[in-house]
Design a protein around this ligand. Structure first.
Ligand SMILES: Nc1nc2c(ncn2[C@@H]2O[C@H](COP(=O)(O)OP(=O)(O)OP(=O)(O)O)[C@@H](O)[C@H]2O)c(=O)[nH]1
Ligand SMILES: [Mg+2]
Length: 387
């Protein structure tokens, strides 16, 4: 297995990329996605894989300083494990073979020799100039290499100027085993770069799209907004506090001295490779006007209901409308199940007219592990939701 080194992605792939496969990082113009391949290279080198980088757009010296800046990897530290075929190689092949068809064969023998001599495990290819010089089919032909009885893993990065049709061709005709596309802007959460796991040949993993942010040259998967809503006193604030690594609560005492949320609760958590911001709504109907605002651009909803108070279900249905849960994934936290109750899963499902794929978890928000389970369930729904 080869890892991307990006927490969250490797887990989604089932611990990484199998050897001998073909991987594509397909970038839309304008998206900052270079770190995906560089992170995979960095990770492969640190695990003692022997790597060949084909970068016809740059010199080995420039590439070295670029990855040194981005990932603090000095190629010199990996001298015997990393070979680079750079723009000087392309130039000399152009001079030697002006006819593209001959050049493909020259490239191919050069790559094969380099792989054999250096016992290369993984070939990283910056594909754009190769595509421009030789076309798609021929460009791929030169990378189709078998050494003895094994094929090196091929990881390719390219700038996709042709959109989704090209991705379909990549998966259908060109036998890629993993395609990750990198795009900007995302329907529920605008102004984010996001990646989509478009296709894997070794699992029937659903297509997933996830925003990411880059902090200190490291990719973090990012869910910018989850909202936690539900009727008054159902346990929303308790839920947000238990879910969060740190947070702010907007609770104020009411006339009877009980705490109720005014405005919102806000929490941040880092969970299984994801950075997540959680917004807890107030439960009192007098705050309903701010709910659509709080719910806008949310990527998912936790609906906290109190299992000891089935009479609150009409209020839950109103909240489902206000939070527009028909457009984004929702999970139900059937809370306070540590207290006596006889509200069953089927009764909840019927009274809220829930679809079969909406998960219902019976929990006590007083228990952190229960709350984390609900968060995990919602993250799974978000990452597999066809936004
Ligand atoms: N026994 C039990 N009590 C709970 C549980 N979750 C929350 N509570 C209690 O229920 C009360 C209300 O909890 P909050 O978290 O403030 O509820 P809320 O939904 O934020 O309330 P509003 O903001 O006023 O709508 C508090 O006294 C909590 O301690 C639970 O799982 N079990
Ligand atoms: Mg509250």
């Amino acid at each position: 297995m080869i890892q991307t080194g990006i927490t969250g992605i490797d887990e989604m792939l089932g611990s990484g990329i199998p050897r001998g496969t073909r991987v594509l990082f397909s970038m839309e113009p304008g998206v900052d996605g270079r770190l995906f391949m560089i992170s995979t290279l960095n990770n492969a080198l640190s695990r003692n894989h022997r790597c060949l980088v084909i970068i016809p757009t740059s010199t080995a010296r420039v590439f070295r300083s670029e990855i040194l800046t981005l990932k603090k990897v000095d190629i010199d530290d990996y001298k015997d494990k990393l070979v680079v075929l750079d723009s000087s190689v392309r130039d000399s092949l152009h001079k030697k073979c002006p006819v593209p068809a001959e050049r493909v064969n020259e490239w191919k023998s050069l790559i094969r020799e380099t792989c054999e001599k250096n016992l290369i495990d993984i070939i990283f290819v910056y594909f754009d100039l190769i595509y421009e010089d030789l076309g798609l089919e021929e460009g791929f032909r030169m990378l189709d290499i078998t050494i003895g009885d094994r094929k090196p893993t091929v990881v390719l990065e390219h700038l996709n100027l042709e959109g989704d049709d090209l991705l379909t061709r990549f998966s259908a005709d060109l036998a890629f085993d993993l395609i990750i596309s990198l795009k900007s802007s995302f329907t529920p959460a605008p102004y984010f770069n996001f990646f989509t796991l478009e296709y894997t040949s070794w699992s029937n993993m659903p297509r997933r799209s996830i925003p990411y942010i880059i902090i200190n040259n490291t990719i973090s998967l990012y869910i910018p907004k989850i909202i936690v809503t539900g009727p008054p006193a159902s346990g929303k604030t308790t839920f947000v506090n238990q879910a969060s690594d740190r947070g702010i609560s907007g609770d104020r005492k009411d006339l009877k001295g009980a705490a109720t949320t005014v405005a919102m609760d806000l929490g941040w958590l880092h969970f299984k490779g994801f950075d997540i911001t959680i917004y807890g709504t107030p439960g009192q109907p007098r705050f309903d006007p701010i709910l659509p605002q709080l719910a806008s651009h949310a990527m998912g909803v936790v609906m906290v209901i109190d299992v000891t108070r089935p009479e609150q279900m009409a209020r839950v249905r109103t909240l489902m409308e206000l939070a527009k849960v028909n457009l984004i994934p929702m999970v139900i936290a059937a809370n306070k199940c540590d207290l006596p109750h006889d509200f069953s899963e089927n009764e909840i499902r019927d009274s809220l007219h829930l679809k079969a794929d909406v998960p219902i978890h019976f929990i006590s928000a007083l228990r952190r592990s229960d709350v984390r389970l609900v968060v995990e369930s919602l993250v799974h729904c978000i990452t597999t939701y066809p936004f």
